[in-house]
Structure formats: structure tokens, C-alpha cells
Write a protein that binds this ligand. Structure first.
Ligand code: SF4
Length: 327
């Protein structure tokens, strides 16, 4: 959030770390409270050259990706490119979508990571967990690109065959605008006093319905259904769509399976309870439990994970390493 303070007759914009919630923040917090501490609080201001070393490290590590998130982002880009081509009346193939939209992105992100370009700009240049913590991964690095490419092409093939035909007639004016992180502050909606981030992959109106799609390049997880309920709450809050006029589509592109559900009032009530319960649990780690002030308790009050496999996959491992070794 930006606040404006008057100083020497100039307006100076100052970033404020407001409390916010998202499904991924819930997952981080439930997996390990300390991870939420690093990702939300310790990293604050770490983009500044004169920030404390821990803040700079936490900020840099918060931007880290892994081959699965990279793969998912490549699929998302290629899917949207294919959709735009189809909507423009072009006939395209999996190879074209891969070569045009996925491959250049994949190559650039992989090479950025290999060359460690993130050292000068961690927000702009990718740092892959597999390159940063190579000892934490079993798959030989040389095998990773081929596996990623095969998975991306499988997802694109299934998308072209099963999903694209139903979406190619959607007109741009029927689409719901969705802010992306690349453009600044990503899509969010207010819930009670909480800013909730919710960024569906694709949403549009058709007759009296709003349809919300999310592309998944990996396997199904129980949290995906919660995520779609939160997207339903987004459609209800931001676009005033009644729950029974919201249809969500979980697109598992690798197996070529779609889970479509028309939501109910109970789904949205459950989404509200998910946010309240999770935000309430997070607030217990704030001074006075006050999410308006959003001041974290000391680092030591945010418990470490007890699961070493979780820690080996975590971006923040190097910040916890000495504590984990002495525990
Ligand atoms: S390394 Fe382990 S303890 Fe530290 S933030 Fe990550 S999951 Fe939590």
C-alpha cells in the first residue's frame, strides 16, 4: 500500500507492509510459521541496497522459483498465447505454442539462473532452487530440461485438444480483467479488514454465468478446491456474481482432466471461514494480535518446521540452517 507523507513540500511515497492473505500464504504458514516470517516480514525493505543483510537475503530468497513453478509459468504463457491465436481465428499446433511462447521464456529463465543474474536484480532474474541448492535435489540437473519440456508439451497437447475448443469463441469484452504481478499489485479483493490476493488464470462471463479457469501443470491437491472457492468469493465480491452463477474449472492439463463445479452459498461461506480462521491463526504471531499494525513478534516466536524434507525444499533454508543444525 502507498501512503503519502508531506516532506519539504514534496509528496514522498512510502511502502507500508499491510497484512494480506492468500491461499499460498496460508499454505506457507501452515507448513512452517517461520517461512511466513521470512516471506512477509523479514524480507520487508530487502530490495533496498542499504537494507540489513538478513532483509536483503530474505527478499532475494522470497523470489526464488523451482523447476515446477517455472514449468507451470511456461505452460500458462503458452496456453494464453494459444488462446489468443485461436480467438483471432488462427489454427495452431502444440509445437508452435511451445516454440513461440514457452521455449524462449524457459530458456531465458534457466539461463538467468545458471548465470546468477539474480545477484544484481532478484526480482527480474530467475533463481532456481535446483541451481541454488543443488545438493537438495536427487534428479540430475542434466535430466531436468528434458523432463520439463515433455511435461509442458503434454499439458499443451491436452489443452489444445480438450480445453481450447470451448474457449476459442470467448470474446475479449466478455473476459474479466485480472491484474498480474508483472503489472504491479496483483489481483485482490477486500474481505472484512483483510486484503485477499486471488489471481485466477482466466475468467469470463457467458450468459448469466462467470466461468473461472485455473490451469494446473502438476497433480491434484486438496488445497486446489479451497483456492477455487476463494476465486468464487473474488467473483462474488468484485463482480457481484451470485454463487450459483459462478462455475469454476480446475484444468489438470497433464492427465487431461477437468473438474468443473457450480458453486453454492455454502462454498462461499466456507471460503469466508477459511480466510477468517487462517488470518486469525496468523494474527497470533503479531504484536497484540493486531493485523492493522501488522508488527511481527520476534523471529524466535515463529516456529521452525520439524520436517527436514520440507526444509530441504524451502527457499529460506540457508537462513534457518544454523538453527536447524543446532536443534
Ligand atoms: S527452512 Fe524449514 S524451518 Fe526454515 S523456513 Fe523453511 S521450512 Fe521453515
Amino acid at each position: 500500500m502507498l501512503s503519502k507523507n508531506r516532506k519539504d513540500n514534496l509528496f514522498v511515497a512510502e511502502l507500508i507492509n499491510t497484512f494480506s492473505w492468500s491461499i499460498s500464504a496460508r499454505d506457507d504458514f501452515e507448513t512452517c510459521p517461520r517461512r511466513r516470517y521470512w516471506a512477509k516480514y523479514a524480507m520487508w525493505g530487502g530490495w533496498k541496497a542499504n537494507a540489513p543483510e538478513v532483509a536483503r537475503a530474505a527478499y532475494r530468497l522470497s523470489k526464488m522459483e523451482n523447476r515446477f513453478t517455472l514449468q507451470g509459468n511456461a505452460v500458462e504463457r503458452a496456453v494464453m498465447w494459444a488462446l489468443r491465436q485461436a480467438q483471432a481465428g488462427q489454427s495452431i499446433t502444440t509445437e508452435q505454442a511451445y516454440e513461440t511462447a514457452a521455449k524462449p521464456f524457459l530458456n531465458q529463465r534457466w539461463q538467468d539462473s545458471k548465470k546468477k543474474l539474480w545477484r544484481s536484480d532478484p526480482k527480474r532474474h530467475c533463481c532456481l532452487h535446483e541451481h541454488y541448492y543443488p545438493a537438495h535435489h536427487h534428479t540430475p540437473e542434466a535430466e531436468m530440461p528434458a523432463r520439463m519440456i515433455a511435461q509442458i508439451k503434454l499439458c499443451l497437447t491436452n489443452f489444445m485438444a480438450q480445453v481450447l475448443p470451448g474457449l476459442s469463441k470467448i470474446r475479449p469484452e466478455a473476459e474479466a480483467p485480472i491484474a498480474r504481478a508483472e503489472g504491479g499489485d496483483p489481483e485482490s479483493f477486500p474481505f472484512e479488514t483483510i486484503k485477499v490476493y486471488a489471481i485466477p488464470d482466466y475468467a469470463y462471463r457467458q450468459e448469466s454465468f462467470m466461468h473461472i479457469h485455473d490451469w494446473k501443470a502438476g497433480g491434484a491437491k486438496p488445497a486446489h478446491r479451497d483456492q477455487m472457492s476463494i476465486y468464487g468469493l473474488w467473483a462474488n465480491t468484485k463482480h457481484a456474481i451470485a454463487p450459483e452463477h459462478i462455475q469454476v474449472h480446475l484444468e489438470y492439463l497433464a492427465p487431461g482432466a477437468t473438474e468443473s463445479t457450480i458453486l453454492t452459498g455454502n462454498d462461499l461461506a466456507r471460503a469466508r471461514e477459511i480466510i477468517r480462521a487462517s488470518a486469525g491463526a496468523m494474527a497470533e504471531y503479531l504484536v497484540g494480535g493486531d493485523i492493522q499494525q501488522n508488527q511481527p513478534l520476534p523471529k524466535e516466536d515463529w516456529e521452525l518446521s520439524a520436517d527436514m524434507d520440507t526444509c530441504r525444499r524451502c527457499n529460506f533454508h540457508e537462513l534457518c540452517q544454523s538453527e536447524l543444525e543446532s536443534a
